[in-house]
Write a protein that binds this ligand. Structure first.
Ligand SMILES: *Cc1c(COP(=O)(O)O)cnc(C)c1O
Length: 387
């Protein structure tokens, strides 16, 4: 239970107090219930927890915090973002049809193309930032699945507009909100039915834990998903749940700082001679800028940019010191990613070209370091590339 009525700020909700999981010693740091099973007081009786695959107090505490942050009635915590998405897709039957956005996290595309399709699911890929998908809907269509802004091209999709299409047809609208985190965007408030998170990213926030979430409002949907999670056995472990709780305590201030740094760096990149394009939804000339202002409370900390040549890419990646050349995003440290060989390696070349994922495209997940240091590092790398 998330107790949506608790009327305090997001920052306060991040601290996780005042929830229904009781700790009899009133520990300030919620305990890690590192147990597989729980004893029963008597035949047919339970203390509320029976077996940790099904439920665990540390995980319940985390789920309640996350439900609150997304203004949902319930959240479920999984062992990874991918296991959250895979579990969600177990709702569907062979022959069902799902409309997916043309630009998505590479792992999600791999799941849909290589695993779900094999089980008889049908997919249509549509650029939902420009097309509301109506023409693709049939009586087999069960869900519309998107990210906004997208990874890595930063297309912005109007969640409310799509919700008006899906609601009247009884189709689920699923939004992967990983890039924005609940601090900047709450898709359920805009009419989405399911919010997906890779908790590995901003929510955990320290590049130390893999985890994922589904957040919903509908009780029936929650029950179906809990049944699937218990059956598939892919819930988050107690220790990882505790790390997530700890990460969330600073979510608000991390997001503020990372976004501020990202804005400064995006503007700086635009001035760098070897940079041919900077895609950041916080630029007023970004096509999604007005929509971002309408449906989100910030622009996030992700920047995609294109340089003049693959050689410049190599120089940057081989010589980066202050920020890391690594997959993933959303942590306290700045990471630089090369989508074509990393996050989007699994996507067929033709599709990559169509989306715009070239061998000159880089993605920055801006952290919370001193921004002057990051700028010095960027200048140093471009100076090396210019030689
Ligand atoms: C990382 C990521 C995922 C997958 O999450 P894991 O925790 O790595 O399994 C899904 N969606 C987006 C947008 C991501 O960035």
């Amino acid at each position: 239970m998330s107790d949506k009525s608790w009327n305090v700020s997001f920052e306060t909700k991040c601290q996780g107090m005042n929830l229904d999981v009781e700790d009899k010693y009133h520990a300030i740091s919620f305990p890690i219930y590192q147990t597989a099973t729980f004893s029963h007081p008597g035949l047919g009786e339970s203390n509320g927890y029976d077996y940790s695959r099904q439920s665990n107090p540390t995980r319940s505490q985390l789920e309640s915090i996350l439900a609150r942050l997304e203004n949902g009635n319930a959240a479920l915590a999984f062992s990874s973002g991918m296991s959250a998405i895979a579990t969600l897709f177990e709702l569907f039957e062979p022959g069902d049809h799902v409309i997916i956005d043309a630009d998505l996290y590479g792992g999600s595309v791999r799941l849909f193309d290589r695993v779900c399709r094999k089980c008889g699911l049908q997919f249509s890929r549509v650029d939902l930032s420009t097309d509301d998908g109506t023409a693709y809907i049939s009586d087999k269509t069960k869900a519309v699945y998107l990210e906004t802004p997208t990874n890595p091209m930063m297309h912005v999709t109007d969640i409310e507009k799509l919700a008006s299409v899906t609601k009247e047809r009884g189709i689920l609208l699923v939004v992967d909100n990983t890039f924005m985190s609940p601090y900047f965007q709450n898709p359920l408030d805009l009419g989405a039915d399911v919010v997906v998170h890779s908790g590995t990213k901003f929510i955990g926030g320290h590049h130390d834990t893999i985890g994922g979430f589904l957040v919903v409002n509908d009780k029936g949907l929650e029950e179906k998903l809990r049944y699937l999670c218990t059956t598939l056995g892919n819930a988050m472990s107690p220790f990882d749940s505790w790390l997530m709780i700890r990460g969330i305590r600073t979510l608000a201030i991390r997001m503020e700082r990372a976004e501020k740094n990202a804005g400064t760096i995006a503007r700086h990149l635009r001035e760098c001679p070897l940079v041919s394009k900077v895609i950041y939804p916080g630029f007023s000339d970004h096509p999604g800028y007005e929509l971002m202002k309408k449906q989100a409370r910030g622009f996030g900390a992700m920047i995609t940019f294109e340089v003049d040549s693959p050689e410049t890419v190599r120089t940057i990646l081989d010589n980066a010191q202050l920020f890391y050349f690594a997959e993933s995003l959303g942590g306290t440290e700045t990471l630089i990613t090369y989508p074509i060989t990393q996050t989007h390696a699994e996507i067929p070349d033709e599709q990559k070209m169509k989306i715009g994922i070239t061998d000159r495209l880089l993605r920055l997940s801006v952290g919370i370091e001193g921004v002057d240091d990051l700028i010095t590092e960027i200048d140093r790398l471009f100076a090396l590339a210019e030689k």
